[in-house]
Design a binder for this molecule. Structure first.
Ligand code: SF4
Length: 230
């Protein structure tokens, strides 16, 4: 389908020189640590249900997570948290993930990264975010049943608002502030409402320190999954 075609095109993108060099360098030097497993080292496609009502917006793949396995949030601790929460909410077939060949499937949910190549220090540069936003916007426009988006962290929140504005969506002014459990209502040109829900990122910095607990993640996932009310 169109979404899969888009992701196939994206998987060979080489627009950002710095990120192409980094993702391939990491693959070259870390491959030996994961002997026997294929190492992706390319743009990480979106993952999940093309008919999704809910989209999880991350930031960018982790160097040895998605960049290694080729599947979003797969192969690192942040991913363990998000897949477990999706399982508890009834969206994922399995509670745990190991590699891209673990039989996991998502129903009603799709994961999309606004930046699809792993950046050094997990920090994409402004021009890299701008370059990749085209992929993000094209994919969002291809999801006919989209009702809500769960933004993991402030960067995902602001990136999504900026992308929505560029796509001609009605975005509240002043721009809504990010917070855990914050909700912004966006309106597409066709008149559909899409809710943007904020969630602290599932990074170890937040989960180890208790800034984000399992209960907080479940609560905000339920908020994002609630049926649209207009
Ligand atoms: Fe292409 Fe996005 Fe990767 Fe840049 S970050 S090379 S635009 S896929």
């Amino acid at each position: 389908n169109d979404v899969e075609q888009l992701n196939a095109l994206c998987s060979v993108c080489r627009t950002c020189d710095r990120l192409v060099e980094w993702r391939e360098d990491v693959a070259e030097h870390k491959r030996a640590s994961f002997a026997g497993e294929p190492y992706w080292g390319r743009p990480v496609p979106s993952y999940g249900d093309p008919m999704a009502r809910l989209v999880i917006v991350g930031l960018a793949p982790a160097a040895n997570g998605g960049n290694r396995t080729g599947r979003m949030f797969t192969g690192d601790r942040a991913g363990d948290w998000i897949y477990a929460a999706l399982y508890r909410a009834g969206f994922a077939a399995n509670e745990t993930v190991s590699t891209a060949g673990d039989g996991q499937t998502l129903r009603g949910v799709r994961m999309i990264a606004p930046v699809r190549c792993a950046p050094p220090a997990n920090k994409p540069a402004p021009d890299e975010k701008a370059a990749c936003s085209g992929w993000f916007e094209r994919e969002i426009a291809l999801l006919p049943h989209l009702e809500s988006m769960l933004a993991l962290g402030g960067i995902a929140w602001h990136t999504t608002l900026a992308a929505a504005a560029r796509m001609g969506w009605d975005v509240p002014r002043p721009r809504p502030k990010f917070g855990h459990g914050a909700v912004a209502r966006l309106r597409t040109p066709e008149g559909r409402t899409v809710r943007l829900v904020g969630c602290y990122h599932v990074s170890q910095r937040n989960t180890f320190t208790g800034l984000l607990t399992r209960e907080m993640l479940d609560d905000v996932m339920a908020l994002a999954a609630a049926p649209a009310s207009g």
